[in-house]
Design a protein. Structure first.
Length: 314
């Protein structure tokens, strides 16, 4: 009877010979789409003129907290939901190492399709009224319209939140919303319109300058409202007020510099933080993220958002 090869001899075999000894390893399985662990997706809203929103819902494993799950809502869900879910999966199970008080639900509000952004729809959904009309981004495309933030806020509060509550038990007192750029602009507008809707508001690189800083009109209304208990985090990247090294040598560096001077993201976000902090019932904090541009700030901004929302107090 032929003896089996020793472990040392097996280790010395080339890969092809090893597969001959183990034919089951040679049978390759077909590729399949990667999964977003623990998440489901569904469409919600829309009508005859507009396709629905694509919602991604992640509920962590384990026992539901006594008061229900805290929920983090994300705008531009196609672009950021996977990152937020990974933060939850990697950090929340280890509170002693991360300071995260408990596990939490993630809700990404996106659009059908695989692209990270739908520029046409987000331009409408995230911008305050009255809005304007702009030429099409592509030849033959529809015009770009702005000013739909109030309608989008109604969708989030009246349609989406009940749909999430039907799918998992939530803590209504621990709800956060995160938005970046136009999404950050929406967060500030929504804060003014419905300051009790969320316990935590996170606006990263908000486009405060947009349409002659129309959002400031909303903030003026908030100053009259005396909200109770709203906690706000505003963030920006350090390279939103000065060009990043790679941008300084770009052929269009002067146009980039002019764009920064026009949007004034860091300056206006700092000023907004100070203005909100003077409103009774609002706690407002600013964080400048070093080494990041408007587009690269997102991972760190999400990480800070989770810490801000979920950090245990003691």
């Amino acid at each position: 009877m032929k003896s089996l090869p020793s472990r040392r001899r097996l280790a010395a075999l080339p890969a092809a010979a090893w597969l001959l000894l183990k034919p089951s390893l040679a049978r390759a399985t077909a590729d399949e789409p990667a999964r977003l662990t623990g998440a489901v997706a569904f469409d919600l809203g829309g009508n005859g003129q507009q396709v629905p929103w694509r919602i991604t819902l992640y509920v962590p494993p384990g026992e539901v907290p006594a008061d229900g799950w805290p929920v983090l809502y994300l705008l531009d869900g196609n672009a950021v939901t996977a990152t937020a879910i990974d933060i939850e999966r990697v950090q929340a199970p280890y509170p002693d190492a991360t300071g995260i008080a408990t596990r939490f639900v993630v809700v990404g509000i996106g659009y059908p399709g695989d692209d990270p952004y739908d520029s046409l729809r987000r331009s409408w959904d995230y911008t305050p009224p009255p809005g304007r009309s702009y030429p099409p981004a592509q030849l033959g495309g529809p015009p770009i319209r702005t000013g739909g933030a109030d309608a989008f806020l109604r969708f989030v509060l009246d349609d989406l939140r009940p749909a999430i509550a039907r799918r998992c038990r939530v803590d209504p007192s621990r709800q956060a919303v995160f938005g970046h750029s136009f999404g950050g602009l929406f967060v500030l507008h929504a804060l003014a319109r419905a300051p009790a809707a969320f316990s935590h508001w996170i606006a990263a690189s908000p486009s405060i300058y947009w349409e002659d800083a129309v959002v400031l009109e909303s903030i003026a209304e908030l100053e009259k409202a005396s909200p109770n208990g709203a906690r706000v985090l505003l963030l920006a990247g350090a390279y939103e007020e000065a060009l990043a090294p790679f941008q300084r040598v770009a052929p269009d560096h002067e146009a980039r510099r002019a764009r920064l001077a026009s949007t004034r993201t860091v300056e206006l976000t700092r000023a907004m933080t100070e203005r909100l902090s003077r409103i009774s019932g609002v706690t407002s904090t600013f964080s400048l993220i070093p080494g990041r541009t408007h587009m690269t700030v997102l991972p760190e901004a999400l990480n800070e958002a989770v810490a801000f929302f979920m950090q245990r107090s003691g």
